[in-house]
Design a binder for this molecule. Sequence first.
Ligand code: ACM
Length: 715
Amino acid sequence: MTGKSILLNRIPALFRKKRGAPATAGSWLVRVAMLSVLTAAPAMARSSSSPFAFHNNLMPEPARLEVGQGYFLLLPGLTATTDKFHNARLDHAIARAMRQLKEQTGVVVATKVKHGASNGAAFVVSVDGPGAAVQTVIADESYQLEVTSQGIHLHAPAVAGALAGLQTLLQLVQNNGTEYFLPGVSIQDHPRFPWRGLMIDCSRHFIPISKIKQIINGMAAVKLNVLHWHLSDDQGFRIQSKVFPLLTKDGSGGKFYTQQQAKEIVAYAHARGIRVVPEFDVPGHTSSWVVGYPQLASAKGPFHIQDRFGVFNPVLDPARKSTYQFLNKFIGEMVKIFPGPYFNIGGDEVNGVEWRENPRIQAFMRKRHLKNSAALQAYFNRRLLKIVTSYHKRMIGWDEVLVPGLPKSVTIQSWRGYKSLAKAARQGHDGILSSGYYLDHMTRASKYYEVDPVPEGSTLTPDEKKRILGGEACMWSEYVDGTTVDSRIWPRAAAIAERLWSPRSVNNVNDMYRRLHVESLRLASLGLTQISQEWSSLRQMAGAGQLGPLRVLAKTMEPVSWNQRARHANEYKITTHDPLDHWVDALRPDPPFRHDFKLMVARYLQAPRREQASGMKLTKLFEQWIAAEPGVMKMMEHAPLLAQARARPGQLAQLGRIGVAAVSYLSSGEAAPQGWKQKQLAVIDAAAKPVALTQFDVLGPLKRMVESVPENSGG
Ligand code: ACM
């Protein structure tokens, strides 16, 4: 240990006595002066062995970051001072960040913000102005953040940038085992795309307002800035209309947001730099509208809200003036709740059945030379656009609305493939990418990470590229509810958030996963349950008893894809009333262990005879898989909800035995008897079959291990 590090270790101890006592400005100056002397010498903080070295746990990664010298120790009494512009939004955001800092570190920093001259202040927030009162898509979200041993300086041209910078600041906090500090850094940051969204479907399953707020907290943490709120669909109309009260009276099953709650969400999101874009999906996906207002429908009715999933026939009647009058009044009411500049009208998956079967609508089409349902929908969209525009809103629609003649002012949200996004941009439309970002598909974070709204080698012109505003992760809720939704959104949405914020060159998958794990823990500290829900669901299924063995099994498994689940839902007539409390609902998509195991195996296989430590670690792991079987089997005897997965503990034990044997051959260099590989691969293949809508996520690496084992050729 060098003399300097001894000294550094002692300084915090000195301060620790004062933790909890408010620091005066004077005491601050003394401390800062001491620290700056101590850290002025050679780049201590740069050396990776230094306990004060910068560890990059930022997500999304900033556009530009330089690691500086020294560090800023987090001490009681730290106070933020705004030395330029400030308003309530900024003050509240700073106070929130300070509260979070306090809660996460136990260091009693001040949550009251000071205003005025920054002389000697250790944490200065300099914001030039408020930015637009209602956040727009061109909001300036840039900021600079400097951390030195002297203090923290956050500068932003507008409040939106300061909000982003505060999140980075929170992510910078590290500790050296005894004290918390911010490493010396200089960050200049701005987003790559202005539109970084998360769509939440609250119709298939209702998501409570408290959960929406928590999700907004998570969004802010990873710098997502658009909450696309899918508020109506076949299974439920989810926002109160005072003009048309039957929308929720008959169309929601009692589960909806009051206007007051929706306004609260808009304000809550705005305070965190997030715009809310409401979606009212028309003319299809409208069963819930026509239950109470059958006069809007293209068929006779009566109608009911759907309790199954898929595409249904009910569709609004585009051939009646009264439909547009209704929509005009309704949209006029909703724009008072949602002040943002965009309004999403859905427009997806119209099957046209009711239009084709209605002679009046067919006559209407002939009269207007509308050849088919697509042409009729285009007609409907043009009339709808006039209404939306009359309220000074920009209309967004899913990519089905992109047909010849669609006015360029409509923004296209691409979900059926990247092609429609490029096509929209070429035709002069703004576009948002959601294809490839469907969280309900249970895709791995690494796959989302590869999806880029403007991929490398894009043949779009610079102007066309500018029309691509960004992307949105989509959380459709057929198979999630308020209890499970966190584990389906987080942490994978953070990988998408990084793709949309950070430069394209930030694309190292292993490093993304490393930071994603850290981010997931941070998100959990905000109250999001993607980690704890697995535990509580397993506990609920298993009852009393040791959960350990079951958790070993759960770690190695994940839900099947959306397609497989949808097929199952169809076959077994699963409805919105069926509880989401099965083995599949407890498991997390792309669980952290999957990628870790893949890396462990890859490392070992590079040189199995040299990587003895890795081999031993793997053997230990495989032995846990073997040991878990009796415990899980015993538990399953008294856990009906786990019964469907009864094949799994035995399979895991088999996989464990294969692993132990593979390590034994590989580490010793011994050859396996002829036919060994084929036998093991057959076991692995058998385990690949989905059971209870879940699958093992460890099979690929295990297979590679088996394939690497030398085998006697016999003869
Ligand atoms: C959609 O997934 N139907 C937009």
